[in-house]
Design a binder for this molecule. Sequence first.
Ligand code: AMP
Ligand code: MG
Length: 343
Amino acid sequence: MSRIRISGLFLALILLCSGCVQTKPAQRQVFAMDTFMSFTAYGKDAEQALTQAEEYIVQLEKNISVTRQDSDIAMLSRVGGAPVQVCQETYDLLTTALSLCDVTDGALDITAYPAVRAWGFTTGEHRVPDHAELTALTEKIDYTAIQMEDASRTVTLPEGMAVDLGAVAKGWAGDRLAYMLRQAGIDSASLSLGGNIQTVGAKPDGSPWRVGIQDPNSSQGASLAVVEVVDMAVVTSGGYERFFEQDEEIYWHIINPETASPARSGVVSTTIVGPWGVDCDALSTALFVMGAEKAADFWRDGLLNFDYVLILEDGSIHITQGLENSFTLANGYTDRKVTVIAP
Ligand code: AMP
Ligand code: MG
C-alpha cells in the first residue's frame, strides 16, 4: 500500500471518529424555575459545559425565585419598602426586565405578582377575586414605582408590592446558557427551558433546528406547526399552560396589568422567534396581553428584532413576514387559515 493511500485511510478514520464525537450528544435534565429543562449539546467538551449550565441554573434560581424566602426577589417584597442590595446578576436582570416593561408600554409588568397570587396561581388554590379586590390589586401593579440605584446596586419596592420575574427569567437564562456554551467551544446545542427553546448554531449536520408550536387545544401536546431556526430563541406563552375553570369560564395565568385579571385579547398562544431569549420571553407574555392588532403595530414599530406566531381564539394563525419561509403547518392542521403580517 502506498504512503498516500495509508495517510488517506488514516484521515478517513479521523473524520469518522470526529463524526462520532459530533453526533453523540451530551444530555441533561434539570427541574428548576418550576419547570422541566432539557439540554442537548454536541462537541467534545459538551458534558463539562452542561455541568456548568446546570450549576448556573441552580444559582440563578437561588437569586431570583419569588417563592424562596432568601432570594433577592423575595427579599424585595419582605422588607416593606426598604432598599435591598442585590447581586449583580439580579440587578442586571431587573434592569433589562424594566426596560422591556417600558418598551411594551406596561403590557409586561414585573409587579403583576399580587394579582397572580390573588387568583391562586402560586398555590393552586384558585379563586376569582371580586370587583373591589381587583380594583385594589391594580393599584399594586406599577413597575415604574421600582427604584434602581446603580452605584450601590440597591432596589427599592414600595410596601405591599411584589416582583416576579417568571415572565422573563427563562429567556434570560437561555441567553446566558447559550453564551456559556459558545464560550466552551460548543457550536451546536438545543436548550429547552419549559416553553422556551434556545438554540446554539444549527444541528450537527448543518440543518436548522425544528421547533414545534403546541396546539393550544390538544391535551396530548400535539404540534400544530413547526418553525425552523438557527441560533435563535423560540418562546411560547399559552393560556393552556396554567389555568383553571370556574362556572364554565377559563382563567389563565397571564395577567392584564390594567385589570389585574387574566388577559382576554382574543389570542390563546404567542410564539416569539428572535436572537435574544429574554426579549422573546418578555414579548411572549406582552403580546398575549396586547392582542393581535396591537402586536402587529408593535412588530411594525421595529423597536425590537423578532418575529411571531399568534394563535387566535377561532384557531386562525398570524405570522410575521420574517417567518414565511421557516413556518410550516403540521399534518392535520394544513386547513388552518394563516395570515402573514407585512411590515
Ligand atoms: P410566561 O409563561 O413567560 O408568559 O410568563 C407567565 C408568568 O409571568 C405568570 O405565571 C406570572 O407569574 C407572570 N405574569 C403574568 N402576567 C404577567 C404580565 N402581564 N407581566 C409580567 N409577568 C406576568
Ligand atoms: Mg414570557
